[in-house]
Every structure is written in C-alpha cells, then in structure tokens.
Design a protein around this ligand. Sequence first.
Ligand SMILES: [Zn+2]
Length: 391
Amino acid sequence: MKKAKINKKKVLLFLVFPLIIIVSAILLFFYFKSKELIVEYETEMKVSLGTEASILDGIQIKNGRIKTEDVELDTSKIGKQEVTFQVEDEFGNRKEYKREIIIVDTESPKIEFKEKIEVSYCAEVDLLKDVKATDNSNEEIKVEVEGDYDTCKTGEQELYYIARDSSGNETKEKFILIVKEKEVAPKPSVPNVMPDKTFTTSKGFKGETKNGMTYIDGYLIANKTYSLPSTYNPGGLTAETTDAATKMFAAAELEGLPHMWAQSGFRSYTTQSSLYNNYVARDGKAAADTYSARPGHSEHQTGLAFDVCATGYACITSGFNGTTPANWLSKNAYKYGFILRYPQGKTNETGYVYESWHFRYVGTELAEKLYNNGDWITMENYFGIDSVYSY
Ligand SMILES: [Zn+2]
C-alpha cells in the first residue's frame, strides 16, 4: 500500500510537472510570438523628383515603434541616399534598419514650340529656333526633330519635336512645317518706251523724247520718270566720261588723297534687269525699288555715270558717306564736269537716297551750276522734272 502511494506521487511528479513546463513553454512561446517585432518596408524606396517625402514613409511596424526622428528628404536631385532608422520593440530592444532612397524623375520634359512653321519655297529653316524644353530636373534638355522634311516640297509636312531628360522620360510633340508655294519669278519690269514728243519743263527747259530717250536742254535723263530703251547700249562709259574721271582721280591723288577708281560704271539694260529682278526675288518689289533702279531707269545705262571707290574706304555703301575721299569728290567733282547725282536730303527729288559715291558726267558748265557753291542742286530740281515710276 505504502508502495502504491509513493508511486502515485512519483507519477504526479514525473508526468504533471513536465506537462506544466511544456504548457508554460508553449504559452510563453505564443506570448513572445505575439509580441514579436515586425517591421515591413521597402528597402528600396523610389521617390519622384521634387516631391515631398520622408525617410519613414511607408514603414509598417507591429509590436514596436520607430525611435528615429522623421526627416524630410531632399528630393531636388536625382540619386541614391542611404538612410537608417531605429525601431524599439515592446521589451525595449532597439534594432537598426537600412533603407535606400532612390530619387527618380518620372516626369517628362515640357516643350514650348510653334505648332505651325511657315517657310518659303526651298528656304533654309532652323526648326529649333523658337523651341525651348524645360524639365523638373532643371537639367538642360536637348530637343530633336523627328521626321524627314524638304523645304523644296510645297505643302504641309508633319514632324515631331522630341525631348528626353537624363532619366529617359520622353516628350513628343507634333508640329507642321508648311512650305509655301514657289513664288512665280517676278516678270521683268519693262519700261514703257516713251513716245516721241517735245515738251517744256516746269522750269521752262525744252525737253525732247526721241527713240525712247529723253533729253532736257540737251542732257540725257535717266531717272524714275524717264527711262532708256532696252536697246540703248553705249558699250561702256563714254570717252569723255572716262577722260574726265581719269583727270579727276589723278588730281585727287596729287592732292594726297587715296587712290580712287570707278568701281561700277556702265551697266547694260540686261545686266540691270537681272540685278533688279534678283533684288525683287530676294526682298520684294517695294524694297528693291528703294535701292535699285528698274531696268531702263538706271543712270548707269547712260554710260555717263559711275560709282567711285577709294583704297581703304567702304565701297558703294553708306560707309563711304562723310569720308575724306567722299568730301573731296563732293567739293571738286564739278571741276571735271561731274555732279553728285543723289545728294543728301534730296530723295523726294531724285527718288534715291543719298549716294556719296555716284557721279554723273554732265560737263563743267552744268556741273558748276548744280554744284551751287557746295549746296548741290539736283537735275530734277534744276530742270523742273520729277523722278517717279508711272507703273
Ligand atoms: Zn551708281
């Protein structure tokens, strides 16, 4: 009996006690398991350039709390940053976690551009002239044109501007290149061949038009009113013009002036015609008329006029105005029979702007009168005629 009692106690001791330990261990296991720290987060966090974000964004914690101060991220530049944060569990144990923050640019550049670009037929065109691209990355964005185009093909051509940032974000914008119709080459201006007639000018001079040429008081006139026929061709500067010019230039050199010469002398009707029509094609008729004579209206066709150039000075441009050789010519040309044909401030009379280099041979008698002691009078004013295109 006694033996049995002992056995019962032993059974209790050997069976129940371990059971309690096992149960306790299981309970403890589940207890600690329920208190286990769980930290879930993206180890690589992508953040868009320029957006607001903090290092702790998107971290999920069970059974613990973050012990790191929340820090705002600098998202102004593309790149990687490594950050750490600490988490404390329910039992006061701290653990450090690493996280890589990647600042990425997901925004495409913006392109400022014209939707339609119009160009002349076969003209050169810079399609990137008025194009600007900007990006949130603040980097310089290059724009490229996609598509083939040909400005010698009239009509609309569909093209694209493409802008890419360094993160590979791309913007594509459509634009239209419009090539205008080929301008029909302007018809050469043909002056009316002036009918034969005699007349008296407003200043009482006798005028005569014969075979398309007009003489007033015996002087051949070529201006915007009075034309020369296309057939008129003296073949060069007249002998008296050349002789007088040679004398004038020699005299100038003797007085210590630079070497001067007639750079542009006789110009045939045909030459003037192609010259003028090229200007018209380039600048339009209205503009061309301000600086170039229509064929038949150029004084250079008379063989009596030339443009002077001087060594070391601007040649046949306003840069010659007021120079030493220009001033000398203005004061002395009359002595050799030349007139300053287009004086300053007389555009409304001559129809041309001031040309300090253009001289016309008229002989010393008339030249001295027009010189007028240095205050040049125009042929138009002196004779009482005008210089205006009638067509
Ligand atoms: Zn000239």
